[in-house]
Design a protein around this ligand. Sequence first.
Ligand code: ADP
Ligand code: MG
Ligand code: MG
Ligand code: MG
Length: 402
Amino acid sequence: TFTERYFTMTESDAITYAKSNPSFFSNDAELTCEEIGDGNLNYVFRIVDQISGQSLIFKQAGPVARISDEFKLSPDRNRIEHDILRIQGELVPQFVPEVYHYDPIMNCTVMEDLSDYTILRKAFLSHQTFPNLADHLSSFLVSTLLSTSDLVLGHKEKKEQVKAFINPELCEITEDLVYTEPFYDCPRNEVFEGTLPFVREEIWGDETLALETAKLKFQFLTKAQSLIHGDFHTGSIFVTSTHTKVIDGEFAFYGPAGYDVGNIIANLLFAYVNGEQTIEDPLERNQFTTYILTTIKDIIDLFKEKFIDAFYDQVTERVAEYPGFLEYYLEELIADTAAVAGLELSRRVIGLAPVQDLTDIADPDKRASAEIACLKAAKVFILNRYDFFHGEDFTRVISENT
Ligand code: ADP
Ligand code: MG
Ligand code: MG
Ligand code: MG
């Protein structure tokens, strides 16, 4: 049974499981269940009581990745996902689902059902826009990244947190898929035919780029700056016209704060190139791409503005108050952001896990154009990362390379 040993649940197991704990549903509930997971690693069960209409999400970690059983992963990552949801629930309750329960035997977390929301990547594929997105995402990033850093946390407490979020297997996925494989002719890469000549010449053929990615990989391995989400792309964000919720924190660990900021910037850019290549009406196209550029610019500028305010409010580390330190800290963070944007742009074009924003572009010439635009921007983001500070520095690269 569920209390004895771990097994991966079917839909009907999940119903039995839901009934086994009286705190989930009432006794007379009539439960139905659907597995709605679309990710690579886990099973997401939506359980509905047909009588009351009440519903819950059960997310269970599987022992191997769905895309390939080459990836064997400890289901303990579900603990990480649950624990970061609790922390985010304290810091930014408005931006995460409520979490109700964690089961360390079944490696299963029970949380609020957000089925009224849409996954942001899907919404962007139909070219919807969300006016509050930059405001919400910048608030989420500042709260989670600042409050978990040595600027605010006592350093002993922070080290306890670093220990609680040691996440070697999921980090290894990022180390391989983001920081290593895209930058050489690795057999696991999957490059679109029309993009391949550019990749050979301009990515795999560029030794300077290789060296910079090596430096960045060692930064990712060693810079325990903040508790980061670690998988902060548009598939991990749920939206309505007014609300934003962040899910899927299983990659969380103490890493470079710019990793989360750069990741979302790159994924906004995928939506941008998709819009540019697939929206036929020029007015509509311009509206959508302008919205994405404005959102990118605003995320960077609002992030800095809110970070500065929150810093003066919350800082506890004495030396961080020396004149010039905050500027230094933010300059590094924004340089890391630019670099990670470049890495994420590269790996989704070249590596094992592509994004639908690119693969959905049906015309092969248009798809290659979109992918090459991403790679050109990626090189500037990585090689010139110390030239980035304002939102406009990011949007300029996009306008110049797309
Ligand atoms: P994975 O780690 O496998 O990528 P995700 O946490 O991203 O899993 O969830 C996969 C999918 O399951 C999401 O894209 C979404 O459609 C659905 N899902 C996940 N969490 C919820 C939730 N709390 N409410 C409603 N649907 C959810
Ligand atoms: Mg996911
Ligand atoms: Mg998903
Ligand atoms: Mg996930």
